[in-house]
Ligand binder design. Sequence first.
Ligand SMILES: [Zn+2]
Length: 420
Amino acid sequence: MPEVSMPYGLRDNRLVHVDDLTEDEHGAAARCVCPECLGTVLARWGPVVRRHFSHTSNNCTPSVMSLVHRFAQEFIARQPHVDLPSYTTYVGANVRGRDYSKKLEYPAARMQIREASLEKTMGARLRPDVWLVAPEGQVESNCDHLAVEVYFRHAVDAEKRDDIATTHLSWVEFDISDLDAECVNATEMARAVGQLHRWHWLQRSGTRSAQFNFEQDMQWHASAFVPARPSTVPTVQRSKPFRKLQEAERQLSWAETLLRQRRTQKRTEADNIAWFASLTEIQRLAVCGALTGLPLEWMPQHFYQVVAGPRPSGIKSHGWAWQLPLWSKFAHKERDFTSLEAAGWLHAVLGDRQERNEYASTNGYTRLAGTVHNFLLNLTAQGLLVSDPNVRPAERKFRRAPDAAAKLDRAVELSVADGN
Ligand SMILES: [Zn+2]
């Protein structure tokens, strides 16, 4: 009976390639069993014999192909990290007969691995060869999980691609189909794992929501912003941000000192924006309290109110973090301003604390600007601002109402009386 040349043995439930044995792990010293029948195998080599394992007693013939596949799975699962290639795709939308598309680019990145499992069951039909999970809060690769399919003899086919598409997960194929079955040892695998061209993205999580968002954004972009019906009484959804307001109140004297200093120095508007943007939300509130003289702890509901549509609003911050700043900047002084002016300032000040303001409506409103406009309409309906309703939104001028101060005083009294 001829011996079957087998490159892998099993030791401690892990595949070992015969090339990776040291010189003195010859024969039985390899301490390996056959991965198929679990019978003892001996490591053999000599001057003219290629390294291999051989059975001592039976004529079992394990499939080298599936052992290479398993070796690759185990190898990837042991990696501390994997380097993933960049991925480019397009999202598209058709709105009113016009086609729009946008390129999505994910840069190449290293994914750290916290946890790995083999053939994890996902739904009825999917069991990725390796399932990798990144450490909590990893931002480097923007990839918190990854399903890996090893392609040695069987590539992912159309049917499987369809199944994968139902998962919304990040999925790659690791291609080692060109490697020689007998030579896939640890050195070869380490080299292969490090080669970016072997990793093919099948799907990236996030592209589906990007597609959904893009459709919504193009709807927004292709239509005019229509102001919402204002509410005559402030609606507050969340309970009063009492702790935040108290914190801001405690920083009031700090803010007053700072403002006094800044008034003695000459500053451009850009300086002022950069300075205000660099403050924390709490510090900004303190500055607004110092500017307006409003008691922060008893802040009127007007400045943490719910503002209707658009959804998403384009502003990630809570109402309390942007409404009083807007008032302090624009309405505290006696002058006219438009919602687009106010939105431009807020956009600059909030920096990255906002979302999806890439596109403007046909009448020039980003989502953030639309939200600001609706807020100003609310303040008008609530008697704090005055404006002429008979002009288009972009030209509509807002100005503080003559009796705004008295109204705010009354609102503060109410706030104190309610104890909320
Ligand atoms: Zn066997």
